[in-house]
Design a protein around this ligand. Structure first.
Ligand SMILES: *Cc1c(COP(=O)(O)O)cnc(C)c1O
Length: 370
């Protein structure tokens, strides 16, 4: 079976982690953690990086430190991972869902301004599946109504929006280093921002709100959200070949595009969007409901043929967890709902071999044409 993700861990990565292990400074206080934060921030056009245990917590932590609460509304795409929503709900704030664009699968920015109210505190701008969301439109709305834009760039290490890096444009941005991302540390995450005061707060609360002169005497309650030296060593090593990783993702996507070309009712995200090139964090396919059964059914057929795929995100407003409480019933977001039912993505791990790629492409094309 060809798995949907095979990470790429090189000899250089292993050497980097071994050296850090031998050096003995492995905690969140290791200098290599700030070295990684600085290098990662510099590579993405922000002044400061704050490494945290994962990309979900990065989002949670930002909303906490911004003091989002029950009187606040947060605008976000319905077609997204639950990580975008969880803390909004935990804090008692109200999510306001926006539908997606049929071609790019990103939030339909033409629908955002109508979603702004007096209670709106922030827009969560998610760059989805390899194409950047239209940041200039979102930034213009945010400026007009004095609200913040937070970028969820978990899928967009090294991705460009026009001539700017994704993750450089919001008040703050978040990244994930989960095993299927463009850079992985196994688990891991990063917050970037150029707001020094905000970054100091993040650092303070990340480290249990320890404070001089006495470490164990507290004025505030914080969290331990530190990132280990071992993770930083791996991240720093992976960052060195980010361009190469993105080139590989595009090469993988090209192979699938060729194998799946001309199949009626099947679309891949474009190689080039209006705002930048696709880095194909995943190679997603969307299906016309008149031509194909739902993605879960197709995924089963492809799996029986030996290839693991994954159906797309499921729309946030339709999650079964909300059924009992009957919240979000007012939402009808046809594009997000269609993508949730008729989208899936193919194996494109950075560690997949050319042989696995051509085999996977052949098998997938075979299922779609049989
Ligand atoms: C992966 C991902 C996350 C969550 O990151 P984790 O490190 O897995 O917690 C958040 N947002 C998006 C868009 C993601 O793709």
């Amino acid at each position: 079976m060809i798995p949907v993700n095979i990470p790429n861990i090189t000899e250089d990565d292993i050497t980097a982690v071994s050296e850090t292990l031998r050096g003995g400074w492995i905690s969140g206080d290791a200098p290599i953690v700030s070295e990684f934060e600085k290098a990662f921030a510099a590579a993405h056009g922000q002044s400061f990086g704050v490494a945290v245990p994962n990309g979900s917590l990065a989002i949670d932590f930002i909303f906490r430190v911004l003091d989002i609460g029950p009187d606040d509304e947060i605008i976000l795409p319905a077609f997204a991972i639950i990580s975008c929503l969880s803390e909004v709900l935990r804090l008692g704030a109200t999510p306001v869902f926006v539908d997606s664009d049929t071609v790019t699968w990103n939030m339909d920015v033409t629908k955002v301004e109508a979603a702004v109210t007096e209670k709106t505190k922030a827009i969560l701008a998610v760059h989805t599946y390899g194409l950047p969301v239209d940041m200039d439109s979102l930034l213009a709305i945010a400026k007009k109504y004095e609200i913040l834009v937070i970028e969820d760039a978990a899928e967009s290490h090294g991705l460009q929006y026009k001539d700017r890096p994704c993750g450089s444009m919001g008040f703050a941005s978040t990244f994930s280093f989960y095993a299927n991302k463009n850079i992985t540390t196994g688990e891991g995450g990063m917050i970037l921002s150029s707001n020094e005061k905000f970054v100091s707060s993040l650092r303070y609360y990340r480290n249990l709100a320890f404070k001089p002169p006495r470490r164990f005497v507290h004025d505030d309650i914080g969290w331990n959200l530190r990132f280990s030296g071992l993770q930083a060593a791996l991240g720093l090593s992976q960052l060195q070949r980010l361009d190469e990783s993105i080139r590989r993702r595009r090469e993988i996507a090209r192979a699938y595009r060729e194998a799946l070309a001309g199949i009626p009712g099947l679309s891949l995200a474009p190689e080039e969007g209006e705002f930048g090139k696709n880095d194909y964090w995943v190679v997603g396919i969307s299906l016309d409901k008149d031509c194909f059964p739902p993605a879960v059914e197709i995924a089963e057929r492809i799996l029986s043929a030996g290839v693991q795929t994954r159906p797309f995100f499921y729309p946030l407003h339709l999650q079964p967890v909300f059924k009992k409480s009957s919240v979000f019933l007012e939402y009808h977001l046809s594009v997000a709902e269609w993508l949730g039912d008729y989208g899936l993505y193919l194996p494109n791990g950075l560690g997949m071999s050319d042989e696995q790629l051509s085999e996977a492409a052949q098998i997938v094309a075979g299922v779609f044409t049989s």
